[in-house]
Design a protein around this ligand. Structure first.
Ligand code: ADP
Length: 229
């Protein structure tokens, strides 16, 4: 099995492309969804955040007020690092669990849907392939304004706060151009899916697993024989 990192810019169409991959039967690990799950009330990360940021970070129903937390870490680098040190290990653990499950199920590749794949760079080095969902600046602006009911200035500010999509495009192995209609995007995803399915990259990890399991099995046999005789 091998890992494929999927990323993009805000409203460039990453979720739309991830949905097509799912439709084609590919497992998709969603980093954003996991980031929300690991801070659910009573989880270890939840209590660590409450200890570090105080109860004023909670909503009335005791869930974490993500917007308030987001505003705090937006301006305070130390607090951002503190929050990352709490959440990142938990996110990575949960992602690994899902990846392992898909490996056992025999999938050839797993899509990791990570919005900040290139910005954080921690995960990018584990990806065999990286895919950027690109769309032209005008389409991105229009779609963001429509989806989030934003003014042009608000939408431009959100896009401007991110790594430029052009830069991400240069860093990726594959680009899905979502500037056109959904049919054109669907076709590109199907083509990439066939390419990834046909790739023999999955063999390396399977071979490693077989060698490791054979080694452990052999070692156990030796130990059992010694205990019996
Ligand atoms: P992201 O996950 O990158 O933020 P989305 O997949 O949510 O982006 O797409 C942003 C918005 O643009 C959504 O409202 C979506 O329905 C719309 N959209 C995505 N792709 C297209 C397309 N090819 N044509 C028209 N609208 C699109």
């Amino acid at each position: 099995m091998f890992l494929v990192g999927l990323t993009g810019g805000i409203a460039s169409g990453k979720s739309t492309v991830a949905a097509v991959f799912r439709e084609l039967g590919c497992p998709v690990v969603d980093a954003d969804q996991i980031a929300r799950q690991i801070v659910e009330p009573d989880s270890p990360a939840y209590w660590a955040i409450v200890r570090s940021f105080g109860e004023e970070i909670l909503l009335e129903d005791k869930k974490i007020n993500r917007e308030k937390l987001g505003n705090i870490i937006f301006t305070d680098v130390e607090k951002r690092q503190l929050l990352n040190s709490i959440t990142h290990p938990e996110i990575h653990k949960a992602m690994l669990k899902q990846i392992f499950k898909y490996f056992i199920q025999g999938y050839r590749y797993v899509i990791l849907d990570v919005p900040l794949l290139f910005e954080t760079n921690k995960l990018a080095r584990f990806m065999k392939h990286t895919v950027v969902v690109y769309c032209d600046p005008q389409a991105q602006l229009t779609r963001l304004m429509k989806r989030n009911s934003l003014t042009q200035a608000e939408a431009e500010r959100r896009i401007g706060a991110q790594m430029p999509l052009e830069q991400k495009r240069k860093l990726a192995n594959h680009v899905i151009d979502n500037s056109g209609d959904s049919v054109s995007t669907y076709r590109q995803v199907c083509k990439l899916h066939s390419q990834l399915e046909d790739s023999l990259d999955f063999l390396a990890v399977r071979l490693l697993a077989v060698v490791t399991l054979t080694g452990i099995g052999g070692l156990l046999c030796i130990l059992i024989k010694r205990c019996i005789f």
